[in-house]
Design a protein around this ligand. Structure first.
Ligand code: TYD
Length: 143
């Protein structure tokens, strides 16, 4: 089994239909993003200086969109890290399974919208970093 890496996580450009009365972006599961959407949730009213996330998922795929404002997402595959800044509602960050993420530097009034490939399942979470590291070790290629 090949373990996932931060380089499997990409910022995907989404469509944008321009209109003088305001733009619209449409996201359809499988058509615009590589999974079926089973759940949508969003973070808002985030106090200044707060961070969210701080966990990984075993199976869940997500698309993270700055529906309003901006924030930064730190991705960590246990070996490599990268930080992605999201600040436009027509771009989404694809986060594959097995990636530790932290979201921070939320601008005032920002909205972090998350499209998820699966329903909520607490058993899919790796909430302790040590548990995440063990999971990555167990699922990596053994030579
Ligand atoms: P969590 O995913 O830990 O939040 P974040 O990564 O943004 O810091 O979820 C926070 C709480 O909300 C936790 O008690 C679980 C609950 N929750 C649900 O019940 N259903 C959901 O779909 C999500 C995303 C969270």
């Amino acid at each position: 089994m090949k373990t996932s890496s931060v380089y499997d996580c990409h910022v995907l450009p989404l469509n944008k239909i321009h209109n003088p009365a305001g733009n619209i972006t449409i996201i359809e599961g499988v058509k615009n993003i590589p999974f079926n959407i089973q759940r949508i949730y969003y973070l808002y009213d985030i106090p200044s200086g707060e961070s969210r996330g701080g966990h990984a998922h075993k199976e869940l795929q997500q698309l993270i969109v700055a529906a309003s404002g901006s924030f930064e997402v730190m991705l960590d595959d246990g070996t490599n890290k990268k930080i992605v800044r999201l600040n436009r509602p027509n771009y989404g960050l694809l986060v594959v399974p097995g990636i530790w993420r932290e979201i921070f530097e939320f601008s005032s009034g920002s909205i972090c919208m998350v499209l998820a490939s699966l329903k909520y399942d607490e058993n899919d979470y790796l909430r302790e970093y040590s548990e995440f590291k063990n999971y990555k070790y167990e699922t990596s290629v053994k030579f």
